[in-house]
Design a protein around this ligand. Structure first.
Ligand code: NAG
Ligand code: NAG
Length: 476
């Protein structure tokens, strides 16, 4: 895992650069005076743009299947709620709210993006109060979706045609009196500021910060519009908020690379040392809280659980025992899938041990432990078998996934799949499903083949770029 402060710093830089300080000077350059016929205006203008692209209109992704909320809808929701509110009375200089928006990342929003938030803020810098007028509020904030505005334009930009996106930004009412802000963010502030108008002396990011780091407490009810998709969020160490981003993208599977240290499992692609972030803090506690709160991982499809792939990076024997110990609260609550009375019992979370745990041959320790009543209480941890290796020791009682490197097992070089490649893949899929295993590939050379894998019935697709999942015809 990278530092947890990365996203926070990004958010702060974004908000700080957008929010005027006391000695703030407008940096207005009248580049668009031609189109609006205003010359050298220093009042009523767009003074800055935000850091991330948001889809302007609502869109349907995943081949028309999943509805995503665009900027304009978010603005309407905010301004309707803010209408009539007095900003500036009794030292409450800020009015703010964060709400769902589709972050399109500069791609075509129908095919590319991830669920995120837009933070709205009205900042009153004059002495008198400012009452928000809903209609004006919409007019100001929608300046960010126009090419012909006074000041910077935050619409469009260096993106493919048809992307119809905005960076959000700041509209100055008057010269430096009252400003309306719309800033995209991948993660939510604390719960009270989501879909709730807040009147305060502090900017929205200050309020969030007062309550500790972002995502702490875990934003329990913020997953209610995530629609599950059969992706496996891979290379999670590349993301600051791995579990959170995976769930936002709707991935039904996440990966954590673990290292045993003392009585803890720490998480990191490289060994983070004994003080690194733990599996418990980053994954297990949030999952327990989420399931306790909504009795589901994805409220839109409560019957769909999450696969947690635990990649053993060293000392499989010790790692296994620590994993079993750490899983106790989830296991005792009955939230883990298990092998029970000779049948597979599917629950909210299915834990799969992978990495050094799955070598076939003379039964290695972890597989022996998976088979053992004492080393695997409730038989609630499964292993990941290799698709292109002997499978004799693996069966549904101890195995949930069957995986292979796409490059090794199916196709060496990127490019269109040949009939031979497809034949190999079909054989893997048939073999896995006959054994009631899920089949997954890693090292997929080219996103262009994703849809073919989906069509062939591959169950879990390793995804490094979560935004690309929106292009798949593969929701559950
Ligand atoms: C736009 O502003 C620039 C810089 O102030 C000025 O040189 C130019 O004449 C203006 N154009 C129009 C059409 O007003
Ligand atoms: C599954 O395989 C293990 C060997 O790894 C074996 O001990 C066990 O009996 C098998 N269970 C079933 C249900 O086939």
């Amino acid at each position: 895992m990278k530092s947890n402060t990365g996203a926070l710093v990004t958010a702060l830089i974004a908000v700080c650069s957008a929010l005027p300080t006391s000695d703030y000077q407008p940096t207005y350059e009248p580049r668009w005076n031609e189109s609006v016929g205003i010359e050298n205006s220093n009042a009523d203008f767009v003074s800055s743009c935000g850091p991330d692209w948001m889809a302007v209109d609502d869109v349907f992704t995943n081949n028309g299947a999943i509805h995503r909320r665009g900027y304009n809808t978010a603005v309407d929701g905010f301004c309707d709620m803010a209408h009539g509110k007095l900003v500036g009375a009794e030292n409450q200089k800020y009015l703010s709210m964060a709400t769902r928006v589709w972050l399109s990342g500069g791609g075509r929003p129908e095919e590319y993006g991830i669920n995120g938030y837009v933070y709205f803020e009205v900042h009153n810098k004059i002495n008198g109060g400012h009452t928000v007028d809903g209609t004006k509020c919409k007019e100001y904030l929608k300046k960010m979706t126009s090419n012909s505005v006074n000041g910077k334009h935050c619409y469009g930009g260096p993106q493919p045609q048809g992307s119809h996106a905005t960076l959000g930004g700041t509209w100055q009412v008057g010269s430096n009196d009252i400003s309306y802000h719309a800033i995209a963010n991948k993660i939510p502030p604390i719960n009270e500021q989501i879909d709730n108008v807040v009147l305060t002396h502090d900017a929205i990011y200050d309020i969030g910060r007062d309550h500790g780091p972002f995502l702490s407490p875990w934003p329990l009810h913020q997953f209610n519009d995530a629609v599950p998709v059969n992706c496996h969020s891979h290379n999670d160490y590349m993301r600051d908020k791995a579990l959170y981003s995976a769930l936002m993208a709707g991935c039904v599977s996440v990966e954590a690379d673990v290292w045993p240290h003392g009585d803890k499992l720490t998480v990191g692609h490289e060994d983070p040392g004994p003080n690194g972030p733990t599996l418990d803090d980053l994954y297990l506690k949030p999952l327990l809280a989420l399931i306790q709160s909504q009795d589901a991982i994805f409220t839109k499809k409560p019957e769909v659980g999450l696969d947690l792939l635990v990649d053993f990076k060293s000392d499989p024997d010790k790692t296994w025992d620590l994993l079993i110990k750490t899983l106790a609260p989830l296991r005792d609550a009955g939230y883990l899938s298990s092998w029970h009375h000779g049948a597979f019992d599917y629950q909210h979370v299915t834990v799969i041990a992978s990495g050094t745990a799955l070598v076939d041959g003379p039964a290695p320790e972890p597989l022996a432990k998976a088979n053992s009543d004492t080393a695997n209480p409730a038989h609630a941890v499964f292993v990941d078998a290799r698709a292109n290796k002997p499978l004799r020791n693996f069966n549904q009682s101890n195995t949930y996934w069957m995986s292979a490197s796409f490059k090794e097992a199916v196709q060496r070089d990127p490019g269109p799949l040949t009939p031979y490649n497809l034949g190999v893949m079909r054989a893997h899929v048939r073999n896995a499903h006959a054994r009631r295993f899920k089949i997954r590939y890693w090292d997929i050379p080219d996103e262009g083949v994703w849809q073919h894998l989906v069509a062939e019935g591959v169950d879990r697709l390793n995804v490094d770029h979560l935004e690309s999942v929106a292009g798949l015809d593969w929701y559950l």
